[in-house]
Design a protein around this ligand. Sequence first.
Ligand code: NI
Length: 137
Amino acid sequence: MKTIRFGVSLDEDLLNQFDGMIEKQQYASRSEAIRDLIRKSLIKEEWENDEDIAGAVVLVYDHHVRQLKDKLDKYQHRHHREIISTVHCHLDEENCMEIIIVQGKSSSIKKFSDFLIGTRGVKHGQFVATTTGALIK
Ligand code: NI
């Protein structure tokens, strides 16, 4: 793929702030930081346009809570076509961590993730939104 160089004009203050962020986040260069920002915007666009996306739902819950495990499993079976893989680890005597890797239309994945995270008894839930990579070069 051909690489194109282009110039960007901006205020010194803004550039200083940007350089500060680059250093904090340990980017190798301004170019790498800008490439990442562009990709981030493109991924946001995929999400807003209900494209095919990929992500991971991370849940921590107490498996002793009555019917919780059944409820989470039942809902995952209903969405089996969107689930690529699931990892379950027993963190201690009570707590489980489940990582559900998903791929599908963003609207459907969002609903799926919100339901699991919002289920009573789930102590913490987080959704990591990323891309299938198909539309990002
Ligand atoms: Ni467990």
